[in-house]
Design a protein around this ligand. Sequence first.
Ligand SMILES: [Mg+2]
Length: 351
Amino acid sequence: MSDSFRVDAYTIPTVARESDGTAEWDATTLVAVHITSSGRTGFGYTYADDATAAFIHRHFADLTIDPMSPESAWSAMIAKVRNLGRRGVAAMAISAVDAALWDLKCKLLDVPLVSLLGPVRAAVPVYNSGGFTSMTMDELQSAFAGWGRVKMKVGRDWRADRERVRAVREAIGPDAELFVDANGAYTRKLALWQAEAFAEEGVTWFEEPVSSDDLEGLRFIRERTPIEIAAGEYGYELQYFDTMIAAGAVDVLQADATRCTGITGFIKASVLCESRSIPLSSHCAPSLHAHLGCALLPVRHLEYFFDHVRIESMLFDGFTEARNGEARPDLTRPGFGVELKTKDAERLAGP
Ligand SMILES: [Mg+2]
């Protein structure tokens, strides 16, 4: 048992209604876990439904923890959700608790997470991610201008997608890296057809051209385009990533420590990528992934996602902005180096 265990959910409205190829939203929920032991408090989080907070409270609040071994609590949590189903809410709940336990361990040892794991690079490359299908052409262009690596959403209308990709290329110039994410909106043949048009604009990354559940479809497209195919953000467990890679579905695997059972799960995914010679790219939650990106060899870059950058820059004391296309963890602060500004979170989430 910890000295104190606290879980909160804050639903923060977006600036405007946003959409991608297959979803629309007007808010993002941050689920925050604080675990105190021996006078130090670890902070972990996930972006999930507020049911995740209720799940954590109900199933993990009385977890036996060894603050020096997040892995022991991780395996206890995995065992505890056996009959409930590991994917989805349960995995996100485990992720937030696992992250808080790693943060706690770092604070007890007074080291940043990257130092505890052992750095392999001083900074991790980032790409600016947003470019929602709900944005006007002007908004798209001004959001990305000046960035050397960007990712935009496509998938609502194939003609408009081509025009928008052309407009973003114009805004970022010929040398910047341009990625697209269809969030599974296209059919196999349409995706292939779009890939040809996108390749002409120098697009080098095509994320979820078809549903990430269609592994055969991903492979079909991957084998027929020079553009790299990426997927994996809905991976909640190691077996999912293993199956995806074994199917030849991706050139680059994506994983999200706030979904794939935390820091512990992300490290396992990284080892899998290393053994299969597949690069890994982290999905969203930049404050968590900055440390992992600097400590794990297979990580190529980090997704600097608009909604999460906005929330973390407003609500996380110690948030480090990306500079010159890189995220550099603050080595003067222990753990992830961020603390939730609870009062501000309560105020922004409203009643
Ligand atoms: Mg995506």
